[in-house]
Design a protein around this ligand. Structure first.
Ligand SMILES: [Zn+2]
Length: 242
């Protein structure tokens, strides 16, 4: 999908180091929000050119297909270097701030800042820092400043700490279809491409089991965990748990 300029205000904007990270790790929440009528976008930070399988062109088509399945209002790719994302690069930070100020989301999703893959934790930090900068009146991008209400971090390779779990039982099937839109990355018995962890025959089973596990913790069929640095306010615990 092209780098379209979309000035439409979004409710939720998910940033992902690689095209398919948002689907794999936050696809349930994204699908749920679009089903409930919110405007949601995904901004991929890199085109995935370092991936073992597929190509940048096939990944771009897969990302557009996944965007349709999820009902996204916008999907962009910032074209940062795959395998070499930097949380410190001022140019990259500026591009993320510009994206946030263009779409003006209340809530931003970003990768957890602890992960096995450097792009994941650096991307998570880059987005978190840019979300703060987007609200600073003296950080000039020739756009209005925009205060993001919350940055929610989604775990990727492993889960460190959970602040809350979203019930995605009704949306798990949509999430799975959006993930499988990235056919080049996952198990295909006839593929001649090199095997990876996520293309192994077992991976989708592990992935589904994690959603079942987090669903089980809240008494639901499927769940998706999120971490936020700030404490969560609960105005009325009795009403919440009655
Ligand atoms: Zn990734």
């Amino acid at each position: 999908m092209s780098q379209e300029i979309d000035t439409e205000k979004l409710d939720l904007l998910a940033f992902a180091a690689h095209p398919d990270d948002a689907e794999l790790n936050a696809g349930g929440l994204i699908a749920k929000m679009t089903r409930l009528g919110y405007k949601v976008g995904i901004v991929d930070l890199t085109a995935g050119e370092m991936a073992t399988r597929g190509s940048v062109a096939s990944r771009r088509e897969e990302a557009a297909h996944a965007a349709q399945i999820l009902g996204l209002a916008v999907r962009e790719n910032l074209g940062f270097p795959d395998g070499n994302l930097s949380a410190e690069d001022p140019q990259a930070k500026r591009k993320v701030v510009e994206s946030i100020r263009r779409h003006r989301p209340a809530v931003v999703l970003a990768g957890l800042t602890v992960d096995y893959h450097p792009d994941h934790y650096r991307g998570g930090q880059l987005v978190s820092d840019a979300a703060w900068l987007a609200g600073r009146t003296r950080y000039d991008t020739a756009q209005e400043p925009h205060q993001v209400k919350r940055v929610l971090h989604y775990p990727e390779h492993f889960v460190k700490e959970v602040s809350f779990i979203v019930d995605i039982s009704e949306d798990f099937d949509t999430k799975r279809r959006a993930v499988l839109a990235f056919a080049s990355q996952f198990y295909q018995p006839d593929s001649a491409e090199p095997a990876t962890y996520i293309s192994s025959k077992d991976f989708m089973g592990f992935w589904q089991a994690q959603a079942r596990y987090f669903g089980g913790l809240i008494g639901k069929t499927y769940g998706e965990p999120y971490f936020m640095h700030e404490p969560v306010e609960v105005p009325d615990p009795v009403s919440l748990w009655s």
